[in-house]
Design a protein around this ligand. Structure first.
Ligand code: PD2
Ligand code: ZN
Length: 285
């Protein structure tokens, strides 16, 4: 008479495995209770393989995160200097994961000073977008203040925006207006991601205009005496804040696995001024 592998037998085999009994012991127990060796082995093999598969596969597979095109400088031929529209810019450092590129001499001294003087009378306590509501909230950093310029609001802005677009191969109309931040002594920008958190209820409203942020260019408008570097804690990287230099990073999907967590380290002495350009997936009108 042929022996049947019943659901009860399968469950019993799984229970033995769960209880930590070795396969040889389970086989011996089956043989002792009259199971033919080949049938017992077959039952164990098929049952345990199916059981291992259920352990490895989560019942609900997370939806794969859609990757999109991102801004990216043309660095395939490893140039030491790239032409960014109207200005040659040095390539000081590149990293692949996270994608980070540090540029030297992106802005002239005069352009830095002009941005600071245009922003100074318009500064207010720094705000960051609150994705819970879609509105704004004051950043917890102690003495930082900031403002947003409108895109293309002066010839200076247009020139710098065109340079960013040329450097990063990303259309001017996909960029937000420049944000200026001023940090006093002790001020910092705690580590954060620049993309909008997909799990926050306010995010869909924010994404209506231009989609996700996919890249950031932080430009240093002065050189603080001490402190104020831009940090990437996931990879132990700190970019020195040198006047006219800039750090670029991109994130193809809004997830921490992009390793683009970054912050502004506390300014120890002096002050720190930066201009930040955020680049969106689509036209930001
Ligand atoms: O000022 C910085 O170094 C910094 C750090 C992190 C700026 C930003 N984020 C930002 O503007 O998003
Ligand atoms: Zn940031």
């Amino acid at each position: 008479m042929s022996q049947q592998i019943t659901p009860e037998l399968r469950q019993w085999i799984i229970d033995q495995a769960r209880a930590g009994h070795r396969p040889e012991a389970v086989l011996a127990a089956m043989r002792a209770s009259g199971w033919e060796e080949t049938v017992a082995l077959d039952a164990m093999e098929t049952t345990l393989q199916g059981f291992m598969d259920t352990l490895q596969k989560p019942a609900v597979q997370p939806a794969p995160l859609a990757k999109v095109a991102v801004p990216e400088p043309r660095l395939k031929d490893r140039p030491s200097v790239v032409m960014a529209g109207d200005r040659p810019v040095q390539v000081l450092m590149t990293m692949d994961n996270p994608r980070v590129v540090v540029f030297g001499g992106f802005l002239s001294e005069q352009e830095c000073d002009q941005l600071v003087e245009l922003a100074r009378p318009r500064l207010a306590r720094s705000e960051t977008v609150d994705t819970a509501t879609g509105g704004s909230e004051v950043n917890s950093a102690r003495t930082s203040s900031g403002m947003f310029f409108g895109r293309g609001e002066s010839a200076l802005h247009q020139r710098i925006e065109a340079r960013i677009a040329a450097l990063l191969n990303w259309p001017v109309d996909h960029g937000e207006g420049l944000q200026i931040l001023r940090y006093g002594p002790g001020a910092e920008y705690r580590p954060h991601h620049d993309y909008f958190d997909p799990d926050q209820p306010g995010t869909p409203a924010i994404l209506q205009r231009g989609g996700q942020r996919v890249g950031t260019l932080v430009m240093y408008l002065n050189t603080p005496a001490q402190g104020g570097g831009t940090t990437f804690p996931d990879v132990g990287l700190e970019v020195a804040p040198l006047k006219g230099n800039a750090v670029f990073f991109s994130y193809a999907h809004p997830h921490p696995d992009t390793r683009t967590l970054h912050g502004g380290a506390p300014v120890i002495s002096g002050e720190k001024w930066v201009a930040t350009k955020w680049l969106r997936e689509r036209v930001f009108a």
